[in-house]
Design a protein. Sequence first.
Length: 171
Amino acid sequence: MSTTEVPRIITSRFDHEDSFTLARYEATGGYQALRKALGMAPAAVADEVKSASLLGRGGAGFPAGVKWGLAPAEVWPRYLVVNGDESEPGTYKDRLLMERDPHQLIEGVLLACYAIGCGQAFLYVRGEMALAQERIAAALNDAYAAGYVGRNILGSEFSVDVVLTWGAGAY
């Protein structure tokens, strides 16, 4: 039987003890996609995501670029909502990303906001995910301080505020 090594893209930083830090994320190419996107038209960013056939992380695997195109052109203001509840039994794909590589999630939020013309995002984390809450909160603070989130991101005209909220736990 032959085995083929599958490249690790989303989980490539997971083996590092400091995978959740801004320093590790930047050292491994983090926020470079955001820098690239800010030099492009928002529609071009959405087109690139479509042509890359990136899929959402939900159970349906819906194409991200198609989803981004569903925002009505004439409706303002726009908001992005990220659901980090992950209530399917035995599923930990989102929890692992939030705990081990929160900056990757934040950069994805920023790219989506830029592509669809959003100025505010809401990131919800399940109440039982205390480590994910802690790591995302710290990552957001670091991202704001570094100029990746907030007003005039990286000296551009693009501004986004990200609001982190969490539930009280399942009943």
